[in-house]
Ligand binder design. Structure first.
Ligand SMILES: Cc1cc2nc3c(=O)[nH]c(=O)nc-3n(C[C@H](O)[C@H](O)[C@H](O)COP(=O)(O)O)c2cc1C
Length: 271
C-alpha cells in the first residue's frame, strides 16, 4: 500500500481548492473532511478557539452530504491529481455501510478513512464507537462494501489506555491501516464538547503510536497529532509509523505539507 509519507489530515485541507495555491496537489494523499450521508450544518459558532498550544474545535462535522460531495468536490480533487481518501462518518452501522457502498462505485477514490474517533461524539449523534468492539463492527461493515484492493484506514482517538486493543480490533475486522490519531476530547470555553489538536497532543499521539507499533509490529500505522515540521514527522516515522498526517499546522501555514514532504523526501533520497 503506497502512502504518504505525508498526508493532509481530515478536515484541515478544506475542499482541496484552498490548498492549491500553496501546494502541488499532484500525487498528494489528501483525506477529505468527514462526509456523512446527509448534509450537516455543523455546530453553532464559535467552533474553533485557540489555546496556548493548539486548537479546540467543535465543528460538528459540517459537510455538504454525500450527493453534493460526489457531484462537485470529488471530481475537482480527482482532476487536480490528488489521491483522495474519503473520510466517512455515520450515525449507525447501516450508514457507514451505505457510504462505503456508494463510494465504492465513485471513480477516483483511492481509499476510505473511517472516522471512528470523533472527540465530540457525545454531542454529535454519531455512532458511539468508544468501545473497541463497536469500532471493529463498523470497520467490518465498511470492508464488506468496499473493494478489497483499495485501502480502508481506521482513524482512532489517541486513547493511551485502550489503543492497542482498539487497533487490534479494527485490523482484525479488515482495516488496512490505523490512523493514530484524532483530536483529543476537550471542551470549548463554554463547556461544549470539542477536540484538542495541535502541538499539545503530539506527545499523547506519540505514546499511542509507540504502544501500537511495539505490540503489533505488522500493523500499518499512520501517525499524527501536532505535526508541523520535519522533526515532528520524524518522531512518528522513527517509531515505526508508515506516514504522518498534518492537520492544525495547515490552518496556520498552508505550506506545511509541501515543506515537510520536501524535507522528508530529500532525506530519503540523498544525491
Ligand atoms: C478544524 C478541524 C476540523 C477537523 N475535522 C475533522 C473531520 O472532519 N474528520 C476527522 O476525522 N478529523 C477531523 N479533524 C481532526 C484532524 O484530522 C486531526 O486528526 C487532528 O486535528 C490531530 O492532528 P493535528 O494536531 O495535526 O491537527 C479536524 C481537526 C480540526 C482542527
Amino acid at each position: 500500500m503506497r502512502l504518504g509519507p505525508v498526508m493532509v489530515a481530515s478536515g484541515c485541507g478544506g475542499t482541496g481548492r484552498e490548498l492549491a495555491a500553496f501546494t502541488d496537489l499532484v500525487g498528494l494523499d489528501f483525506v477529505t473532511r468527514s462526509i456523512t450521508l446527509d448534509p450537516r450544518p455543523g455546530h453553532a459558532a464559535p467552533r474553533v478557539v485557540e489555546t496556548p498550544s493548539g486548537l479546540v474545535n467543535a465543528i460538528g462535522l459540517q459537510n455538504p452530504g454525500l450527493e453534493h460531495f460526489l457531484a462537485t468536490e470529488l471530481p475537482w480533487l480527482v482532476r487536480a491529481g490528488v489521491r483522495v481518501f474519503v473520510s466517512i462518518a455515520g450515525a449507525t452501522m447501516g450508514e457507514y455501510a451505505d457510504l462505503a457502498r456508494r463510494l465504492s462505485r465513485a471513480p477516483g477514490v483511492a481509499g476510505l478513512e473511517i472516522n471512528i474517533g470523533a472527540p465530540d461524539q457525545a454531542g454529535s449523534d454519531l455512532f458511539d464507537v468508544r468501545e473497541p468492539y463497536h469500532a471493529a463492527s463498523v470497520v467490518g461493515a465498511v470492508r464488506r462494501e468496499f473493494p478489497g484492493d483499495l485501502p480502508v484506514l481506521a482513524k482512532l482517538r489517541p486513547d493511551a489506555s485502550r489503543i492497542v486493543e482498539g487497533a487490534r480490533g479494527v485490523v482484525d475486522a479488515g482495516a488496512s491501516a490505523v490512523v493514530i490519531g484524532n483530536a483529543v476530547p476537550a471542551a470549548m470555553p463554554d463547556g461544549r464538547p470539542g477536540g484538542l489538536s495541535g502541538p499539545a497532543i503530539g506527545p499523547v499521539a506519540l505514546r499511542c503510536v509507540a504502544a501500537v507499533t511495539e505490540a503489533l509490529p505488522d500493523v500499518v500505522v499512520i501517525g499524527g497529532g501536532g505535526v508541523a515540521s520535519e522533526q515532528d514527522a520524524r518522531r512518528f516515522l522513527d517509531l515505526g509509523a508508515r506516514a504522518v498526517q498534518i492537520g492544525t499546522a495547515l490552518l496556520h501555514d498552508p505550506t506545511t505539507v509541501a515543506r515537510v514532504r520536501a524535507a522528508l523526501t530529500r532525506e530519503e533520497d540523498p544525491a
